[in-house]
Design a protein around this ligand. Structure first.
Ligand code: FMN
Length: 310
């Protein structure tokens, strides 16, 4: 069973990446896991200025996943350029790295991309258009509308020729419309999905459990929404899709692959088990052999050719 996927002009040794915001910039996990056993990872979202993030508590654990409001805490583009990327360039050999980018407006997104574009250590950018916890945005994430999605993607496209992923939100009326807009504006791939807006309350007091009030739902409860978005987007765009949301084991990942994802990402599951990503890689190998597959790509989009998943 061959696990490699050749996409974006390179080969991923397997289709499993760690999701943005759940593995820092790699270094944070390097003593615990072997990053080079993974297909790759996506960094924490990087903004122009350093951000301290939202008030504590920032996470609430649920039986079905978790709700977080980290608020895009990150060291800012200059320290990422001078410290984080050099570490990745000298320590990560096989895993393919995407730098996640966030901003208050399209100029900020493009400025971050432009500042990092000439550095070593990474393959491309994942443009985070869908963070529900960015209180500084004073509005709604760009990915809730096709026009604002296209505006950010077009601006980023104009300053880099590296692979660009557009990371979209699950809470839109039709993900096909937003995915199409991102691709038309220059996205080379689509990442589906970010967290879903959520609120956890103390039942006695009515106070929000998180310091920032609302947050984003991730983990198992998000998986059916992510699989549905992937399946729907696959009908609308031809570029590779990266599936993320609630993947905890190989059979979860297979749902995304069958729905049309070429790669998958593991996020929340890594908090309970830092080896979750490697576990999914091994499980895919096992499930694929059992199913008599020669290569993992035989799963990709299978639900469409079989007319399933409607
Ligand atoms: C604590 C935490 C921090 C996150 N930070 C980011 C981030 O900085 N940028 C981003 O695009 N997504 C971020 N996400 C969203 C994840 O990358 C992923 O899309 C989402 O959690 C769904 O996957 P999961 O259910 O496997 O966690 C974060 C998620 C969590 C739980």
């Amino acid at each position: 069973m061959r696990l490699e996927q050749t996409l974006f002009g390179t080969t991923f040794q397997n289709p499993v990446l760690l999701a943005a915001g759940t593995c820092g910039f790699g270094r944070e996990l390097a003593d615990v896991i072997d990053l080079d056993r993974l297909g790759g990872f996506v960094t924490k979202s990087v903004t122009m200025e350093p951000r301290a993030g939202n008030p504590a508590p920032r996470v609430a654990e649920l039986d079905v996943g978790m709700v977080n409001s980290i608020g895009l805490a990150n060291p800012g583009v200059e320290r990422v350029r001078s410290e984080r990327l050099p570490w990745i360039a000298s320590n990560v050999r096989l895993a393919r790295v995407f730098v996640s980018v966030a901003g208050h407006n399209e100029q900020e997104y493009a400025a971050v991309v432009e500042r990092l574009d000439s550095e070593d250590g990474f393959l491309g950018f994942e443009i985070n258009l869908s963070c529900p916890n960015d209180t500084g945005l004073a509005g709604l994430p760009f990915a809730l509308e096709a026009d604002s999605t296209a505006a950010v993607m077009a601006r980023c496209r104009s300053v880099t020729s590296r692979p660009l992923l557009a990371k979209l939100a699950p809470n839109v009326p039709d993900i096909a419309v937003v995915a199409r807009a991102a691709v038309d504006a220059g996205a080379d791939g689509i990442t589906l999905v970010n967290t879903m807006p959520a609120l956890v309350m103390h039942p006695e007091s009515g106070e929000a459990a998180l310091g920032a009030g609302p947050g984003g739902l991730s983990g198992g409860a998000l998986r059916p929404a992510g699989v549905r978005c992937t399946h729907r987007a696959r009908e609308a765009v031809e570029v590779p899709i990266v599936g993320v949301g609630g993947i905890n084991c190989a059979s979860d990942a297979v749902q995304y692959l069958r729905a049309g994802a070429s790669l998958v990402q593991v996020g929340t599951a890594s908090f309970a088990d830092p080896h979750a990503g490697e576990r999914v890689v091994r499980g895919l190998d096992r499930l694929g052999r059992r199913a008599g597959l020669a290569k993992v790509s035989e799963w990709v989009g299978a639900a469409h050719s079989a007319g399933r998943g409607q």
